[in-house]
Design a protein. Structure first.
Length: 109
């Protein structure tokens, strides 16, 4: 997994972008992560994580159309890159390998 390390929160955000398929912009990602993790998350933390993942080439982004509802502002939509997908698969494989190696009796405690 060398070079594809994801922190826990980065992994959650990346998974959420993949889940939202084309509708992944800041507030949508925030709401989905909050709902699924039962955590309160600051929108600025979501934005900084999205931009960091984009800088690492896990995500791409593009501006959508301006709308009156947003006062003429455009939303930035994020999408997962093939590298991001590969990184998620590697993280899952690593975790599954560790989980599968834990003796059954330990998990029955």
């Amino acid at each position: 997994m060398k070079g594809t390390y994801l922190g826990e929160f980065e992994e959650l955000v990346l998974l959420t972008v993949a889940l939202l398929e084309g509708d992944a912009y800041g507030i949508n990602v925030k709401l989905e992560v909050e709902q699924r993790t039962d955590r309160k998350i600051n929108l600025s933390v979501i934005h900084s994580t999205l931009y960091r993942l984009e800088k690492k080439a896990y995500l791409n982004s593009a501006l959508g159309e301006a709308t009156k509802i947003r006062g003429g502002k455009r939303k930035r939509y994020f999408s997962i890159t093939p590298y991001g997908v590969r990184s998620l698969k590697e993280a899952k494989s690593l975790r599954d390998g560790i989980w599968n190696s834990i003796p059954t009796y330990v998990l029955q405690r």
